[in-house]
Design a binder for this molecule. Structure first.
Ligand code: ADP
Ligand SMILES: N[C@@H](CCOP(=O)(O)O)C(=O)O
Length: 286
């Protein structure tokens, strides 16, 4: 059995902790069979190979009596780069328990469980449902709604350095001034309305108008402004910080992708740039 989970790009500008899209990088979790102890084979650097691996801890939090398994993980989602690697591990763990214990969890139940673990649904919900998702928690439970998918590609600029989500969250303020909060919320509300009504001229302006997190994180990722400026000169639609960064996402018309990528390369940035498209399936067995 192989479980496949897509990467996810959260926030899309003003949708802090509530909007995310599944994109075409994948974690594949193969179940090789029962084992004396939990064993996780992977080539993902320092991540644990035993029962402390996040995939296993998640699966055991869903079904504590799950017998140990020998697992193999292959993933092209870069870890601590703002493309939802931790959410891909959590979603893989939920699905592992679901399959091995035959829990028959609905998609909504998976979103609830994974969001409770992650704390916000903006990565786990699209990783489960596929596509573009808007969600939050209310009275301790999570709701996630699927928005229409826009017909564009992404140029993901992936810097050579990593940035832990916890560190990028530590850069955020504890409080926002009331009038600033009202304006930030109005931007986010109108952004969501523009996505659901497919008013992309408005959506792409608002995607670059976040007031909740990018202003506080831009010093951590100087490439955000550089690439945003390049995008304006080379016909890109909008640029935002993917999740907590440091990946910078640019939405591009499919026929303008090549020229935008060339412009980023010519800009002398030392990260890599990867063409991504939305994933519509979410977690699935392959
Ligand atoms: N494939 C994986 N298997 C197990 N744990 C993972 C995997 N990918 C990521 N993680 C966990 O998620 C952490 C990174 O999470 P985070 O800082 O939120 O970065 P990201 O933006 O990539 O989600 C890692 O340190 C590790 O604990
Ligand atoms: N809303 C979160 C999203 C974190 O996403 P990740 O891909 O960086 O883990 C945040 O912005 O902190």
């Amino acid at each position: 059995m192989i479980i496949q989970v897509p990467a996810s790009s959260a926030n899309l500008g003003p949708g802090f902790d509530s909007i995310g899209i599944a994109v075409s990088l994948y974690l594949k979790l193969e179940v090789l069979g029962p084992s004396d102890n939990w064993q996780v084979d992977h080539q993902l650097g320092k991540l644990p190979h035993d029962e402390t691996n996040m995939i296993v801890t998640t699966a055991l939090s869903v079904a504590s009596d799950l017998p140990p398994q020998h697992l193999r993980v292959v993933s092209d989602i870069p870890v601590t780069h703002g493309l939802g690697s931790s959410s891909s591990a959590i979603v893989a763990g939920v699905e592992l328990a679901n399959q091995l214990k035959e829990l028959h969890l609905s998609k909504e139940e998976k979103v609830e469980i994974a969001s409770q673990i992650e704390g916000h649904p903006d990565n786990v919900a699209p990783a489960i449902l596929g596509g573009l998702v808007v969600g939050t928690h209310i009275n301790g439970h999570f709701a996630a709604l699927e928005a229409p998918l826009f017909p564009y590609d992404f140029a993901a600029y992936i810097p050579p350095y990593s940035l832990k989500t916890a560190d990028a969250r530590a850069a955020l303020p504890y409080q926002l001034d009331y009038s600033q909060a009202v304006h930030a919320s109005a931007i986010a509300n109108t952004f969501v309305a523009s996505l659901f009504t497919k008013n992309y001229d408005v959506a792409f302006k608002l995607m670059e108008a976040d007031r909740f997190h990018e202003p506080y994180r831009k010093e951590l990722v100087p490439e955000l402004n550089q690439i945003r400026e390049l995008g304006k000169k080379h016909g890109a639609l909008a640029t935002y910080l993917s999740g907590a960064g440091p990946t910078v996402m640019t939405v591009v018309d499919r026929d303008k992708y090549e020229s935008f990528e060339q412009a980023v390369h010519a800009g002398g940035l030392d990260g890599k740039i990867v063409r991504l498209h939305p994933d519509v399936d979410g977690v699935k067995l392959i």
